[in-house]
Design a protein around this ligand. Structure first.
Ligand code: ATP
Length: 237
């Protein structure tokens, strides 16, 4: 097995009675790579991510994380794989510190206190250390979600529209942080987005999903030219 392949998805399928939500989807995420998962509402992005997370059972197909089938490593996968979602709010009555500590204990993070202090600095959260998460702004909560997701230095980071509710400057900051995590970390990132500018800015590769199938795949900067159009938007409308 190639040690640089963090996530491998092969012929993944999910069927709900008459609806095929995900239809024979195959792709890889490599180390230090950000892969964008794009597609209109209902294309199957969340269904794909939920199967990778192990919260939804595939109808068919294989998912491997670091060369080991997800089915055979459920405990390990859950411990090492993380999902930072802006729509999955953090427990609001706990402070930033308490949240990080709570999840750090669940993930069994080594030297947890030192790890929390590093993350508070990395995500400029020190001044919110003792603030309840419920009163933080969307951008601040996203930074806490990211810090939480990085507690155990996961090999695979799954991000479902991490910048969806952020102002442009904050979104740019978050993109830089995530780019930095991809470049200097040890893992790979799968990122869903509807923002083509953002996708061009951060993703090394994009997969365009429509009606559960991958229609296009490639480098977001060169894909439009390869298809004779001026922009990513034109490809996807
Ligand atoms: P969005 O951009 O709107 O979040 P998405 O690409 O994440 O969309 P999914 O949520 O994965 O799309 O949904 C894919 C398809 O599967 C949709 O047609 C949806 O209606 C259908 N679907 C999802 N969950 C179920 C379910 N539990 N039962 C039946 N159909 C479902």
């Amino acid at each position: 097995a190639d040690p640089d392949i963090i996530l491998s998805v092969r012929h993944l399928r999910k069927q709900y009675s008459a609806t095929v939500a995900v239809d024979s989807v195959s792709f890889e995420v490599r180390r230090n790579e950000i892969v964008g998962l794009l597609g209109p509402n209902g294309a199957g992005k969340t269904t794909t991510i939920n199967m990778i997370l192990g919260v939804l059972e595939p109808s068919a197909g294989e998912i491997e994380i670091e060369g080991i089938a997800l089915a055979k490593q459920r405990t390990r996968a859950l411990a090492r794989t993380n999902f930072a979602a802006v729509y999955a709010p953090l427990p609001g009555n706990m402070t930033v510190y308490q949240n990080l500590r709570f999840f750090g204990l669940i993930y069994d993070v080594a030297q947890l206190n030192a790890r929390i202090e590093t993350l508070l600095d990395q995500f400029e959260l020190r001044r919110f250390r003792d603030t309840k998460c419920g009163v933080l702004s969307s951008g601040e909560q996203t930074r806490v979600s990211l810090a939480k997701a990085l507690l155990n230095a996961p090999q695979l980071l799954l991000l479902d529209e991490p910048t969806a509710s952020l102002d442009p400057a904050t979104a740019q900051d978050i993109r830089r942080s995530i780019r930095d995590i991809a470049t200097h970390g040890n893992g790979g990132i799968l990122w869903t987005s509807h923002n083509m500018y953002e996708v061009q800015d951060v993703c090394d590769r994009v997969l365009f999903l429509s009606h559960g199938r991958i229609l296009l795949e490639g480098n977001p900067k060169t894909l439009p030219g390869e298809h004779g159009v001026a922009s990513l938007e034109e490809l996807f409308i």
